[in-house]
Design a protein around this ligand. Structure first.
Ligand code: EPU
Length: 438
C-alpha cells in the first residue's frame, strides 16, 4: 500500500487543513480487521534526529520519516533557523544547515509542538546562542523544561526567561556530571546533543532509556560523536570539535505499532503489522499477552487477532522499559472490553486521563480515583460525538469507535494527525469503516 509521496515541511496534510475548518473522523463500528499494516517511522525518534541536524554544517539525509504533522512542524522550525529542506524520495528528506539565519524558535511553532525545545541544546552547542519560546503547559500536564535548562546552565550556558522565551548563550559548553532527578526523554536528548560538541566528558546519570534515545545516539555517532551507554541508565559523551553529515534511518514507531496491536486485539480477524521492532515493544506485548491477546512475533512482523477471552489486567505506566504512558489511553479502550475490573495508573503525566470523559460518553464504565482509572468491563460501547483532546487520547477514541455500536464522530482530528500517519487510510485498508469529513 503506497500512501506516501515526497516529503517536505509544506507537504499538505491528509486532507489539507483549511484554517478555520477542522477535520473529523466518522467511524462506523463493527468491522473486522484483516490484512497487513506497514508501521511508519517513529515520530519521537524523527523529532530529535531533525534537531540534531543543527549540530553540523554538512548535509544530512533522514530516511523513514513518518508522514505526521509534528515532523512537518519540526521541518518548519529548521527552515526558520536557516535550513534548506530537500524532499529526496518516499519518506526521506535531505536537511542542510549551512549557515544559520536566526537563533529563534518562535512561539507560533513551539506552541503547536513542545518538542521544538529540542533545538535548544544543538543551537547552544554549535552557535553559542539560542532563543526558544517556552512551550507552556499542555493538555496532558504542566511539562516544565527545568531539567533541560538546569543541565545547560551547569554546562556553562547563561539562561534567562524573557518575554516568554528562553534566552541562552554560552562560550563553548563544558562537560558535566548530571544526575536527572527524574527520567526525562527530551531532556536526556537535549543534553546528549549539547554534550557532543562540549569540551570534555559529560556523564548523564538516571538518563531516559527509551529506544528513541538509542536511535538518536546512533545517528550522532555516525556523525562523529563519541557516545557510550545510550539506552542504559548512564550515558557518557566525550565532546568533539565538529560533527559531519550522515544518512540515518529512523526506527519504526513502537507507539503506532502498539496502537494497531490494540486495534487487532479488539477487532482483528487476521492482522499483521510489518516493519516493527518487536524488542522495543516488549512491555506492550507482555501486557497484552497477559490479558489473553493472541500475538505471534516473527522477525519484524507481529500477527494479532481478537482475543477469545479478554481478561482485565491492572497497568501502571513507567519510563522505559516500563509500560509507555503513550499507550495508556489505547490500553484503556481495550480494557473497556475485558472481563473484570482493571486499575490503570498513570505515573508520568498528571492530566493524562482526558479520554476518560469521552469514553464514558460512549458508554464505558470508568471512574477516576486520583492517578488511577478504574475500568469495569466488558461493557457495550455506543457510537457518539466525541472530542479529541490530545494525540493518544484521540487514538484511544478511534479504537473504542471500532467496536462501538453505530457511528462515532471524532472532532479535532488534528491532534491525531500530529502523530499518526494516514490513520484512516491504514484502517480502511484493513476493512474498517472510517471516513474523514468536515
Ligand atoms: N519533566 C520535568 N522537567 C523537565 C522535563 C520533564 O519535570 O524539565 C517531567 C514531565 O513533566 C513529566 C516527566 O518529567 O512528568 C517525564 O516527561 P519527559 O520529559 O520524559 O517527556 P517529554 O520528553 O516531554 C517525551 C515524548 C512524549 C512521551 C514522554 C514520556 C517526545 C517528543 N515526546 O516527552 O510523547 O509521552 O516522553 O515518554 O519524545 C506523545 O508522543 O504522545 C508524547 C507525548
Amino acid at each position: 500500500m503506497k500512501v506516501w509521496g515526497k516529503y517536505s515541511s509544506t507537504t499538505p496534510d491528509h486532507g489539507a487543513i483549511i484554517p478555520g475548518i477542522v477535520d473529523k473522523l466518522k467511524i462506523t463500528g463493527g468491522a473486522r480487521l484483516n490484512g497487513t499494516v506497514q508501521i511508519g517511522g517513529a515520530k519521537n525518534a524523527a523529532l530529535p534526529a531533525l534537531a540534531a541536524v543543527l549540530l553540523t554544517d554538512k548535509p544530512v539525509e533522514l530516511q523513514n520519516l513518518p508522514g505526521v504533522r509534528d515532523v512537518r512542524t519540526m521541518l518548519r522550525v529548521l527552515e526558520q533557523l536557516g535550513a534548506s529542506v530537500r524532499p529526496v524520495e518516499d519518506r526521506c528528506s535531505g536537511v542542510h544547515v549551512k549557515r544559520l539565519a536566526s537563533f529563534e524558535a518562535p512561539y507560533d511553532l513551539v506552541k503547536t509542538m513542545r518538542a521544538s525545545v529540542l533545538v535548544l541544546g544543538p543551537l547552544l552547542a554549535r552557535y553559542g546562542r539560542a532563543r526558544v519560546s517556552l512551550p507552556g503547559g499542555c493538555a496532558i500536564g504542566e511539562r516544565p523544561i527545568n531539567l533541560h535548562l538546569d543541565g545547560l546552565r551547569q554546562m556553562g550556558a547563561e539562561v534567562s526567561l524573557e518575554h516568554g522565551y528562553v534566552e541562552a548563550s554560552s562560550q563553548r559548553l563544558r562537560g558535566i556530571h548530571f544526575n536527572f532527578p527524574i527520567k526525562s526523554v527530551t531532556a536526556t536528548e537535549n543534553l546528549m546533543m549539547a554534550a557532543t560538541l562540549a569540551e570534555g566528558t559529560t556523564v548523564l546519570g538516571n538518563a531516559a532509556q527509551e529506544p528513541e534515545i538509542r536511535d538518536l545516539a546512533e545517528m550522532l555517532i555516525s556523525m562523529g560523536a563519541q557516545i557510550e551507554g545510550a539506552g542504559k541508565d548512564e550515558i557518557t559523551i566525550t565532546g568533539v570539535t565538529e560533527l559531519g553529515g550522515t544518512s540515518h534511518e529512523v526506527i519504526p514507531d513502537r507507539i503506532e505499532a502498539g496502537t494497531y496491536l490494540v486495534a487487532g486485539a479488539l477487532a482483528g480477524e487476521a492482522l499483521e503489522l510489518v516493519g516493527c521492532r518487536p524488542d522495543d515493544l516488549e512491555p506492550v506485548l507482555q501486557q497484552l499477552r497477559q490479558t489473553g491477546v493472541p500475538i505471534v512475533v516473527e522477525g519484524k512482523s507481529i500477527r494479532v487477532e481478537k482475543a477469545q477471552h479478554l481478561e482485565a489486567r491492572d497497568l501502571r505506566t513507567a519510563p522505559h522499559p516500563g509500560f509507555p504512558t503513550d499507550m495508556q489511553a489505547q490500553y484503556m479502550a481495550l480494557m473497556t472490553q475485558a472481563q473484570g475490573t482493571s486499575l490503570i495508573t498513570e505515573t508520568i503525566f498528571e492530566r493524562r486521563f482526558m479520554h476518560v470523559g469521552e469514553l464514558q460518553r460512549m458508554g464505558a464504565d470508568i471512574r477516576i480515583d486520583g492517578h488511577t482509572s478504574v475500568v469495569v468491563g466488558p461493557g457495550r460501547l455506543t457510537g457518539a460525538q466525541v472530542m479529541a483532546t490530545d494525540l493518544r487520547a484521540s487514538a484511544s477514541l478511534v479504537l473504542a469507535a471500532l467496536v462501538a455500536d453505530g457511528v462515532t464522530v471524532l472532532d479535532r482530528v488534528y491532534h491525531l494527525d500530529r502523530g499518526y500517519e494516514f490513520m484512516e487510510k491504514k484502517l480502511c485498508a484493513l476493512g474498517a469503516q472510517v471516513e474523514r469529513i468536515r
